[in-house]
Structure formats: structure tokens, C-alpha cells
Design a protein around this ligand. Structure first.
Ligand code: ADP
Length: 162
């Protein structure tokens, strides 16, 4: 089995992301978790902090390497010499988006395969946007975010763009 790249914004990482990473470690010998910034999006957490948070939350798994990347995902696949993209699916809305992304990536780099793991039921409602909203209102986020990075998430709202 080959390595895969799990790309996302992870703004911030959640238990849902970590669950996908842990399950991927049981399938792939190497899982690159790639923090990608979309030039058209604004992020709440600085990229370096998102990378730090992921490194802390995945430190217990030797198979995981966290990387930051600016640019097209397919160029990162070339760089890391893999053609497997890993994504997580919660809802049918996620599926539509993933289908579009998979087609575009396949057009840009023939041979790219998107490998999807279905969200486990108790992770289906977990999203970075819910965590961002809860923080805004000072609400408890401990149910949504790995314990090791709770403080990093609580204190890490960026005051500038990506
Ligand atoms: P993006 O901005 O690229 O969608 P995200 O950080 O929001 O990045 O998500 C990265 C990937 O993780 C996506 O495939 C998303 O569907 C998946 N994901 C996010 N939350 C969950 C969850 N709770 N369970 C399973 N997959 C998830």
C-alpha cells in the first residue's frame, strides 16, 4: 500500500479530522496531512499554528507527517510522489464537493485517485466552522477538539489573514 495525502484547511483541526487520520494510519504506511491555503479564503487561525496543532495532535502516530503547502494540491502530490488523496465524508453536501474536486484534480494530474473515509456517526456533526463559532461565544469546545490542542485552539485566533 502506498502513501496518501490528506489535504484540508484544518481551521482548526477537530476530533473529526483526527479520527480520519487515525483510521488512515491503519490503512496507509504513510499519511501526509497537508495544510493548504486557498488564496480566496480567509482563515481564523494562522497557518503555522494550524500546522503546530496538527503536529501536536498526531505526535503519537509515526506514520503521520504534517506539511504546509502553498499552491495546487496536484503539485504537492508530485513532490511527495503519491497519487492518492484522502478525504473525509460527513454528508451528501461533502460528497458533491469531493466529486468536483476529484474530477478537477484528475484533469490536472491523470492518475490521481481520491480515497474517501466515511465519517463515523458520532463525528458527523463535528466541523471546524462549529468550533470557530463556539469560540466566538466563549462556549465549551472540549467535545470537538483533541484535548492536547485545546489551549492552542482557544488562544490562537489570528488577527491577520493567511
Ligand atoms: P477543506 O477546507 O479542504 O474542506 P477541512 O479542514 O474543512 O478542509 O476538511 C478537510 C477534510 O476533512 C475534508 O475532506 C472534510 O470533509 C473532512 N472532514 C472534516 N470534518 C470531518 C468530520 N467530522 N468527519 C469526517 N471528515 C471530516
Amino acid at each position: 500500500m502506498k502513501s496518501c495525502v490528506y489535504p484540508g484547511s484544518f481551521d482548526p483541526p477537530t476530533n473529526g479530522h483526527i479520527d480520519i487520520i487515525e483510521r488512515a494510519c491503519g490503512i496507509f504506511p504513510k499519511v501526509y496531512v497537508a495544510v493548504l491555503d486557498n488564496a480566496l479564503k480567509k482563515y481564523t487561525f494562522e497557518k503555522k499554528r494550524r500546522i503546530d496543532m496538527l503536529q501536536t495532535a498526531t505526535a503519537k502516530w509515526d506514520c503521520v507527517e504534517v506539511v504546509g503547502w502553498d499552491g495546487l494540491l496536484v503539485n504537492l502530490l508530485r513532490e511527495l510522489d503519491t497519487r492518492i488523496v484522502l478525504r473525509g465524508l460527513r454528508t451528501s453536501a461533502d460528497l458533491e464537493l469531493e466529486q468536483q474536486l476529484a474530477i478537477v484534480n484528475g484533469n490536472l494530474l491523470p492518475g490521481v485517485e481520491t480515497f474517501v473515509l466515511l465519517s463515523r456517526p458520532h463525528m458527523q456533526y463535528v466541523s471546524s466552522s462549529i468550533v470557530r463559532e463556539l469560540i466566538q461565544y466563549g462556549a465549551d469546545i472540549s467535545e470537538y477538539v483533541p484535548g492536547e490542542i485545546l489551549e492552542l485552539v482557544r488562544g490562537g485566533i489570528a488577527h491577520e489573514g493567511p
